[in-house]
Write a protein that binds this ligand. Structure first.
Ligand SMILES: Nc1ncnc2c1ncn2[C@@H]1O[C@H](COP(=O)(O)OP(=O)(O)OP(=O)(O)O)[C@@H](O)[C@H]1O
Length: 255
């Protein structure tokens, strides 16, 4: 690991679901300003690990430390307020509200600590938030559709909307669970370009991704999970050539 500041440290985390060991002794360090990809076959524990990082799942053992704060007792909205945002596999949007309202709500939440739409803010700050929402809708290519209802979007567009909902919070750490799932190749490439632009803004990202084109276009470092354990961790080219990684994926192909 480089000498850069570690912004996220997963230390010795284990999680069982009944008899199933979803995560076993997982250690992971994410350096500030980098894109860290987590890859692995289906059922490897990637989403569980992400959910541990945002406080949705409590580990049976181990800790997660974000920017010097141990997250053991923190609830999801408190972790969000510390500067962690996430894009889920299934977009969590407000289908009956416009795209613009969807992107404005998390900005109020970040500031006020709750999902209140008309909170105690002045009209001026509301107009600033609207401007920021329009900027981030532009970021994800949805500005022209800002007055449309979010429920009318395709699955790929809902994921881009959710990304804008994260970006407006200006997170220190952005966690992305398969950000290009359900997208056409064109939209996938647009998302890669967008994530590269965000990288230039210095935001640290952890990305779970099945699409190796996305992983190798973006990642500075790759960790590989298989059956709940980290089996490889390193630079993308090192991981690509690792025989254990090939075996884990071949095992899946032959399953
Ligand atoms: N809430 C739960 N209760 C019981 N088992 C669960 C739960 N969540 C996940 N699992 C199991 O834990 C294991 C890891 O699941 P997880 O979703 O973290 O894997 P993944 O690597 O994200 O898979 P995929 O790539 O298919 O999304 C799987 O065997 C899954 O069935």
């Amino acid at each position: 690991m480089s000498s850069k500041n570690i912004v996220l440290h997963v230390a010795d985390v284990s999680k069982r679901f009944g008899g199933l060991k979803a995560l076993t002794d997982v250690d992971l360090s994410v350096a500030e300003g980098t894109v860290h990809a987590i890859i692995g076959p289906n059922g490897a524990g990637k989403s569980t690990l992400l959910n541990v990082c945002i406080g949705r799942i409590r580990p049976d053992q181990g800790h997660v430390v974000f920017a010097g704060t141990t997250l053991d007792q923190q609830r999801p909205h408190e972790i969000n307020q510390l500067g962690v945002s996430r894009v889920f596999q299934t977009p969590e949007i407000f289908p009956d509200l416009s795209l613009l309202d969807n992107v404005m709500i998390p900005a109020f939440a970040k500031r006020d600590g709750a999902y209140r739409f008309h909170a105690l803010q002045s009209v001026e700050s509301e107009s600033e938030i609207r401007e920021a929402a329009e900027f981030h809708l532009g970021d994800v290519g949805l500005l022209e559709r800002r007055h449309q209802l979010a429920g009318s979007l395709s699955r790929g567009d809902k994921r881009r909307l959710e990304l804008a909902m994260c970006l407006i919070q200006k997170p220190k750490l952005l966690l992305l669970d398969e950000p290009t799932a359900g997208m056409s190749r064109h939209d996938t490439n647009m998302t890669i370009e967008l994530l590269k632009r965000i990288k230039a803004r210095g935001m640290t990202k952890v990305i779970i991704e099945h699409d190796m084109h996305v992983v190798f276009s973006l990642a500075d470092r790759v960790s590989v999970l298989a059956q709940g354990r980290i089996i490889a961790d390193g630079l993308p080219d090192e991981v690509r050539g690792n025989p254990k990684v090939k075996e884990a994926y071949l095992g899946e192909a032959h399953a």
